[in-house]
Design a protein around this ligand. Sequence first.
Ligand code: IMP
Ligand code: MG
Length: 182
Amino acid sequence: MTDDRELGEVVVSAAALATRVHELGREIATDYEGRPPLLVAVLKGAFVFMADLVRAIDLPVEVDFMAVSSYGSATKTSGVVRIVKDLDLDLTDRHVIVVEDIIHSGLTLSYLRRNLFARGPASLEVCALLVREEPETAELPLRYVGFRIPPAFVVGYGLDFDERYRNVPDVRLYNSGRPSLA
Ligand code: IMP
Ligand code: MG
């Protein structure tokens, strides 16, 4: 399936992911009772998280997807965010939850918040599976967070390196042998 030499230690196990995602689902169901949310996943990285999360929310949720690009095929941020695929649904007066895979610099997120706010949602919150423990992420308005992880590049559970390893069930360190994130 994969070149195992590039897969490092498990940062978050599949079991821990399952437990935490169910907790988040229950929390969201409680918070949004009577105002069913529209979950917006940011592709591609959030697709696995989104699939598990929606099934853990016991409410009539709706889903939509958008794709933004903030990285090339390297592990270093380009500083450029661009919408590659936009939403199909109208956000006007909707209770929107943005579902993100991982927050690193917060660049993608701040761009998304501005862009989605401009569409007139009733509310807008963020649910991020992973947040890197870095100064940049300390102040970000994240309503739901799965795990705070050390600042290293990770793959699995939807996250890729160069489009690989999205199907790895755990979140694991990626051993690139290349320069790490700046
Ligand atoms: P930010 O804009 O720097 O916060 O980066 C956010 C996006 O970069 C995420 O949604 C991922 O697509 C990608 N990314 C950041 N860190 C990682 C990582 O460790 N593994 C895989 N993708 C990552
Ligand atoms: Mg992403």
